[in-house]
Design a protein around this ligand. Structure first.
Ligand SMILES: [Zn+2]
Length: 131
């Protein structure tokens, strides 16, 4: 892990603490709005679709596919890949990609969530190709 891009540590606050608590147990969580019945991410107190505060935490299966991606090679110590992953639940999340050949990443590639520690020892979610 030393010869790799250093993952940024999350900024944890009261609004997103349950999300990061779940991540320490290798669980990716989303929020479901009981008012408009929509899922959302990033987790927050008020639903971004309708403004309701009647939201609940739900666990994602952590499966999806790459919607778009970019590989950072210039001006960084080690290359890394970022992607928008479209989860099977139907929403997109911005994430790092890991355990893959950055030259072999493809739009539509199936991925699953994995968890790795940041430099501060806090586990965060990344995605890796399924095959
Ligand atoms: Zn809502």
């Amino acid at each position: 892990m030393s010869q790799a891009h250093r993952l940024p540590s999350p900024i944890i606050n009261s609004e997103n603490k349950p999300f990061w608590d779940a991540a320490q147990n290798n669980q990716l969580t989303l929020k479901f709005c009981n008012s408009c019945k929509e899922l959302h991410y990033y987790p927050r107190t008020l639903c971004p679709h309708c403004g309701s505060d009647d939201t609940a935490w739900v666990e994602s299966k952590g499966l999806g596919e790459i919607y778009s991606y970019t590989v950072m090679r210039r001006g960084v110590e080690f290359p890394f890949a970022m992607a928008y992953v479209r989860l099977d639940e139907g929403i997109s999340i911005l994430t790092h990609l890991t355990n893959c050949d950055f030259d072999g990443i493809k739009i539509g590639q199936k991925v699953r969530v994995v968890f790795q520690e940041t430099q501060d020892g806090i586990k965060t979610h990344l995605f890796e190709p399924l095959e």
